[in-house]
Design a binder for this molecule. Structure first.
Ligand SMILES: C[S@@+](CC[C@H](N)C(=O)[O-])C[C@H]1O[C@@H](n2cnc3c(N)ncnc32)[C@H](O)[C@@H]1O
Length: 321
């Protein structure tokens, strides 16, 4: 049985999927009184991902499997697979199950038409994503890029899945109806504000900020569903939106933040781990410490006004026969 995790990153979460899948397979095999199949896991991410770290953690992972009662009996093999999931990764009809979490909101590129060069100023000047002041053209360009990328992703995976193969996809999305005011617009707006304050103090060049846009799109559930239905390649078995707090240490369901400053710092650390490479390569690594300390303060101030949450879209799709 071939299973692939797309956008696996390199950290403790990377191996979580493998353990979960093995536990489920072991349980089903026990129920059906079958021998568990041999499993081939592929861990995929962009070539710049720290695959060496994954490979060096494999022994540790194997040790941990021995203590995971449910998973222990499943024979398995693990391989790294560098490459973009917006390209073909596998031979036709060779994969049984795809998993991808917190990755598909990264689109393949910044939409064409947003760049600024020379005399030409970006239509999204001052924003790094869709913001309250973005003109409708910016929204259109982002939506079109997401539609193209997500359609391509579905087509590629359709070809690679065996008949009846399935995918579980979880990615950041939008709950609010107003696209200019989505939850992720609030978040990236706070990064824009932090960068803007550094422009005012001459730490960051204004034209550097104006030419920076994120290759990111947070769709609503309706938008994601529309693309899936327009393609007609997958049945939607299950779909659900859940929300997670910005502060990863805050597991509460309420709308109350106990310590704004601490939550701001915790969330800034998370966002730094995601944005640091992209910020460093555009603005230079010298601004990173200062940027994320300003961002932490901006998050703290925002959390006093509103406990915004991250909407996560979860979809289980089955390849149509
Ligand atoms: C936030 S991490 C998610 C890590 C892990 N799946 C988790 O849930 O904790 C997003 C990952 O997606 C990867 N990614 C983004 N675009 C990708 C693409 N086109 N192809 C493959 N991986 C991609 C990034 O490199 C990053 O490691």
């Amino acid at each position: 049985m071939v299973v692939a995790d797309l956008g696996c990153s390199s950290g403790p979460n990377t191996f979580l999927v493998l353990t979960q899948v093995m536990k489920i397979i072991a349980k089903q095999c026990r129920l059906l009184e079958l021998q568990p199949p041999e499993m081939q896991f592929f861990l995929n991410d962009l070539p710049g991902n720290d695959f060496n770290n994954i490979f060096q953690s494999l022994d540790y992972f194997e040790e941990s499997v021995k203590t995971e009662k449910g998973a222990i009996c499943v024979p398995h093999f693990v391989a790294g697979l560098p490459g973009s999931f917006y390209k073909r990764l596998f031979p036709s009809q060779s994969v049984h199950f795809f998993h991808s979490s917190y990755s598909l909101m990264w689109i393949s590129q910044v939409p064409e038409g947003l760049e600024s060069n020379g005399e030409h100023v970006s239509p999204n000047k001052g924003n790094i994503y869709i913001g309250k002041a973005s003109p409708p053209l910016v929204v259109k360009l982002y939506q079109a890029q997401f539609n193209r990328d997500f359609s391509l992703f579905l087509k590629l995976r359709f070809n690679e899945l065996v008949p009846g193969g399935q995918m579980v996809l979880a990615f950041l999305g939008r709950k609010k109806k107003n696209i200019y005011n989505g939850e992720l617009s609030s978040l990236w707006g706070l990064v824009s504000e932090s960068l803007h304050s550094m422009v005012l103090e001459g730490i960051v060049e204004e034209k550097k900020l104006d030419s920076f846009n994120l290759p990111f799109y947070a769709p609503s559930m309706e938008e994601a569903k529309e693309v899936i239905n327009a393609q007609g390649l997958f049945d939607i078995i299950h779909m659900q939106m859940f929300e997670s707090n910005w502060d990863p240490y805050d597991d509460s369901d309420d709308d109350f933040v106990i310590d704004h400053v601490q939550s701001g710092a915790n969330f800034a650390m998370c966002i730094r781990s995601v944005l640091e490479p992209i910020i460093g390569s555009h603005f230079g690594s010298s601004i990173v410490d200062e940027l994320f300390s300003r961002f932490a303060m901006n998050v703290a101030k925002h959390l006093i006004k509103e406990k915004t949450k991250l909407p996560v879209l979860t979809l289980c799709l089955k390849k149509k026969e």
